[in-house]
Design a protein. Structure first.
Length: 191
């Protein structure tokens, strides 16, 4: 039972400030890399002296009866969202992509309207990707891409979109590969 209670207690990092409004069910998290606003479903208790946040086992009155039944999962989701918000405002989030294959290259192209990435991925045509404003993309040695920014979900989505231009094939492993991904290669035809 003690372990269950520890699961719903979050320690506030030293370089992060937390502000909470019970009436509006909103939490503002301020850190060195930005601000984040979270809309909460469950009540929390903020202890500024110990720098802790405790997720309570009660919900706001305006919440529907279906959500009252799923209180345990709501508490777990709230813990995960708060931890993710702490990560986003206190560090720079990045994804590393590698281009595996002979002749697979990526070049950054700077224009007046915005920056582009020019991909050569073995197709008969080139692929151009316009870099969004909230994302920084750096190309290293024409075969490595670093996608960085502040929003974890957005960075992951952009990295997945870039990877979808050439998904690694299962026989030789050629394509755009995520850094923490391992490709299990299949065996080819035997005569």
């Amino acid at each position: 039972m003690q372990d269950l209670v520890k699961r719903y207690i979050i320690k506030i990092p030293t370089n992060v400030e937390v502000f909470y409004c019970d009436k509006r069910q909103v939490m503002l998290i301020n850190g060195p890399y930005g601000k984040k606003v979270l809309k909460l479903e469950t009540k929390i208790e903020l202890c500024e002296i110990l720098k802790l946040i405790k997720i309570q086992d009660s919900i706001f009155e305006k919440t529907s009866s279906k959500k009252k039944k799923t209180l345990k999962s709501l508490r777990g989701t709230t813990v995960a969202l708060i931890k993710q918000a702490f990560l986003e405002v206190s560090t720079v989030i990045y994804k590393k992509l590698s281009l595996v294959g002979v002749g697979y290259k990526a070049h950054l192209v700077e224009l007046n309207t915005g920056n582009l990435i020019h991909f050569k991925l073995g197709y008969s045509h080139s692929i151009y990707f316009k870099i969004p404003e909230k994302v920084n993309i750096k190309a290293n040695k024409n075969s490595k891409l670093f996608v960085s920014g502040q929003n974890l979900n957005y960075i992951t989505q952009i990295a997945a979109l870039l990877r979808s231009y050439k998904v690694p094939e299962p026989y030789k492993g050629k394509g755009i590969v995520d850094s923490d991904e391992t490709i299990k290669l299949k065996e080819g035809k035997k005569l």
